[in-house]
Design a protein around this ligand. Structure first.
Ligand SMILES: [Ca+2]
Ligand SMILES: [Ca+2]
Ligand SMILES: [Ca+2]
Length: 595
């Protein structure tokens, strides 16, 4: 065992200073004055404390505890690898729920200044330091003003919710991320707004004021065209309070009226909103609930995305768009026809997805590679330039640690690795890298980032209102950071492999059937044009040590079995991977990367 230098001594680059924002709550709705179209002057309500109260210059604080860790085999082998600079869309994206991530001002609600303080955890911008996760993109769940804690129902698409901070805080965050080569994508829910959005308020007020028998007109109130109003009570429609006989489309709940995406005016608003954020330097969008754009009309929903994608790419060619189409794989595959970069890969995610079922042993390990190869062909049919968006869990799913009842952490780790060994842009939901718990009601799935078990620790959030007490199973970050065999260090190493071997995210999967079976999954990853060095990945999905004879690989294997070197490992304990000649020994749940 060799000692490591404390993280603080390894820092060579100049310490940045973060300027506390000076402007407070400037977000007042633009006033829309239309004849006959009264608009209630909603005010951007900063609830709770004001994140900008921390004024002046604040010295950057260390995110990682100063500890000397034992050196694991992962540290030895992967620690010697060089991270490649990423300039394309094949990233590792960290999904942040700002509300629960890091609270800078002690009101219990996470905020943008808090996220800035903890950015070094996600990526410190220095490839030489290895303690950070080294993710290369952040997906911010909605940050626009909203009456709900989750903020999936906006009241203004061009402002920052007062709970989270100010536009200056956002600009500072974007700047800090870009300095680190971390892209930022925003969650854009344009299927619906909040019922408190001024557009809806104006339309509702206008309809309420209509005289008996009078027909609504969009000349009198353009906002009646922004939503789908009806005189008929249809499925998915809600009665409009105070306007007798009027209903409006609201597929999720009455507080989220569906926008009329056929309206030219609505499309113009969406184009304007996208341009606003792209002009700021935002790198792309995560599109919420795209199957609900046109309920039960996939063709129309795909057509809308085709329009959106072209509009965004005209503005910014390399903007990245990932869509949530929570449906069957055969259906979301067809959404690639819209030209968007990515669709979330639901088939592999969640409690019953491919990843969890392989890790539980419910499905043959070899199937993992076979299904990856299959889906790569499927998506390429719809769009040869597709970028898969594998994820394991998200804010709508039970935390993954709960999938394995008697797990000591090994299965939680291996499942994380399977996600991160997939092609495309791999997404990690905050806290999964700590094995956080949370299931049942949605609030529990969005519990506070577990920085510390110390209840008064700085930056800890209180969590969403009406969240149950979520009892954690594995230690908090500060404790895991000191343990080389923690879930945290395992995830960090899996991301390090993605960063060191570009072919993992960008190559094609070719199952190595000769050495695969019920418990072993092996596959090659290679570029069709040979541009990045190919790798062989061998996974032991069982709880027992396994030895694999690489000479059994298909005869034409290139490099040949004799020439394969052990270049990366993921191990769940102190038991190490061994390559002796062509004989590869994998401890329980271990992964080897060879080239
Ligand atoms: Ca706060
Ligand atoms: Ca680093
Ligand atoms: Ca809709």
């Amino acid at each position: 065992m060799r000692e490591r230098k404390p993280e603080t001594e390894q820092r060579k680059w100049p310490r940045r200073k973060i300027l506390g924002a000076a402007l407070a709550g400037a977000g007042v709705f633009f006033s829309l004055l239309m004849p006959g179209c009264g608009i209630s002057s909603g005010e951007n309500k900063p609830e709770g404390g004001n994140p900008t109260e921390l004024q002046g210059e604040t010295e950057k604080e260390a995110v990682f505890p100063d500890v000397v860790r034992a050196r694991s085999q992962m540290d030895e082998i992967n620690g010697a690898l060089t991270a490649q600079e990423i300039t394309d869309a094949y990233r590792t994206t960290y999904e942040v729920f700002v509300y629960s991530f890091a609270d800078s001002d002690g009101d219990g609600i996470g905020d943008l200044p808090g996220l800035i303080k903890k950015l070094d955890y996600i990526n410190d911008g220095n490839p030489e330091t290895k303690e950070d996760l080294a993710c290369s993109e952040i997906w911010l769940m909605p940050i626009f003003p909203s009456p709900t804690y989750h903020k999936y129902d906006a009241t203004d698409y061009k402002a920052i919710d007062g709970q989270y901070g100010t536009m200056q805080d956002f600009d500072a965050l974007l700047n800090e991320c870009h300095e680190r080569n971390v892209r930022v994508i925003l969650d854009l829910a344009v299927n619906h707004t909040s019922s408190e959005h001024p557009w809806f308020q104006a339309a509702a007020a206008y309809l309420k004021g209509l005289k008996e028998g009078e027909q609504p007109s969009k000349e009198a109130c353009p906002y009646v065209d922004y939503y789908v109003f009806s005189r008929e009570k249809k499925s998915g429609y809600e009665p409009l309070p105070g306007a007798d006989g009027w209903y409006y489309e609201a597929r999720f709940w009455s507080g989220m009226p569906d926008l009329n995406l056929d309206s030219e005016a609505v499309r113009a608003e969406i184009a304007d909103i996208s341009a606003f954020w792209l002009d700021k330097g935002v790198d792309g969008f995560r599109m919420d609930a795209v199957t609900s754009y046109y309920t039960e009309d996939k063709t129309a929903s795909v057509a809308f995305l085709t329009w959106f994608n072209q509009m965004v790419k005209q503005k910014k060619e390399d903007a990245y768009i990932v869509c949530e189409a929570w449906t069957d794989q055969s259906i979301y595959a067809q959404y690639y026809e819209s030209g968007v970069d990515s669709l979330f890969d639901f088939a592999f995610s969640g409690q019953d997805g491919v990843i969890a079922s392989v890790v539980k042993g419910n499905r043959k390990a070899s199937l993992f590679a076979e299904l990856m190869a299959e889906e790569e062909a499927l998506y390429a049919q719809a769009n040869p330039d597709y970028v898969n968006a594998p994820f394991y869990t998200n804010h709508d799913m039970a935390r993954s640690t709960g999938y394995y009842a008697y797990d000591d952490g090994s299965r939680t780790k291996l499942a994380g690795a399977l996600n991160l060994l997939m092609t495309g842009n791999a997404f990690v939901y905050y806290g999964e890298e700590l094995g956080m718990r949370g299931s049942g009601k949605d609030e529990n799935k969005r519990a506070p980032m577990y920085w510390s078990a110390e209840p008064n620790a700085k930056y800890l959030c209180a969590g969403p209102p009406s969240m149950d007490t979520v009892k954690m199973k594995f230690p908090a970050f500060d404790e895991q950071a000191a343990d080389s065999y923690s879930i945290y260090h395992y995830y960090r190493n899996a991301i390090a492999l993605r960063n060191a071997f570009p072919v993992i995210a960008r190559g094609k999967t070719i199952p190595a059937e000769a050495i695969s079976g019920d418990e072993i999954c092996a596959f090659w990853r290679e570029m069709p044009d040979g541009s990045y060095q190919k790798v062989l990945v061998v996974i032991n999905a069982s709880g027992e040590e396994k030895t694999v004879e690489l000479k059994s690989l298909e005869e034409e294997s290139d490099p040949s079995a004799e020439n394969l070197k052990l270049s990366g490992v993921l191990t769940v304990s102190e038991a190490e991977v061994k390559l002796e000649g062509t004989s590869l020994t994998l401890p329980a749940f271990a992964v080897a990367v060879l080239n």
